[in-house]
Design a protein around this ligand. Structure first.
Ligand SMILES: [Zn+2]
Length: 186
């Protein structure tokens, strides 16, 4: 069987390698889907959007995907999770998703996104980096397990968090550098 596991055991400290302890917890498919979400996040960064990517998976198939694109889309709601949800709902022609759907996203969801995931009946949420300022799945509050909702989401956090944090840090560093450059050139 062809395996892509080997690189993850790398002892190198680059941000794409995954510590052995994490591999004991995550399945190989979890790792692969999160890596797909990270590639989508990078696509967002390439067009000047804050790099966040999301993949919705059911039965080991992608049913929706997207990256953060509020600027390009002139749409305050175009977070990666919402883009992925809309794609899946259109594809399935249903506002609710099938049982056992998992959303992989590279950053902890905000209030809007966790709300939308609950409405769509996503079963499981896997996110990479925490969002300490506005994260609503543990950082500021945890809306995934509130008794007043009629649906709860199983949450697993921290997969590829280093890689995701690095993408975000690089993006904001570059944005600050360009802003400074433009200011100096005026
Ligand atoms: Zn959001």
């Amino acid at each position: 069987m062809k395996t892509t596991l080997a690189p993850y055991f790398s002892a190198a400290s680059d941000s794409t390698s995954i510590p052995f302890a994490q591999l004991m917890f995550w399945s190989l498919s979890d790792v692969q889907w999160m890596q797909k979400a990270l590639r989508l996040a990078s696509q967002g960064a390439d067009v000047g959007e804050v790099p966040v990517g999301a993949v919705l998976v059911h039965d080991q198939q992608i049913i929706g995907q997207g990256f953060n694109q509020p600027i390009g889309g002139h749409d305050a709601t175009a977070h990666a999770e919402i883009v992925a949800l809309r794609e899946a709902c259109q594809r399935l022609q249903n506002y609710r998703l099938p049982l056992q759907t998992t959303l992989y996203v590279t950053l902890e969801p905000c209030t809007m996104c966790i709300g939308a995931l609950i409405h769509a009946r996503v079963d499981r949420l896997v996110y990479a980096a925490s969002e300490p300022r506005a994260g609503m799945v543990g950082s500021q509050m945890d809306l995934s397990m509130q008794p007043f909702y009629n649906h709860n989401i199983q949450v697993h956090r921290g997969l590829c968090s280093e890689h995701s944090s690095q993408l975000l840090k690089t993006f904001f560093r570059e944005r600050r550098r360009l802003a400074k450059q433009n200011k100096n050139s005026v």
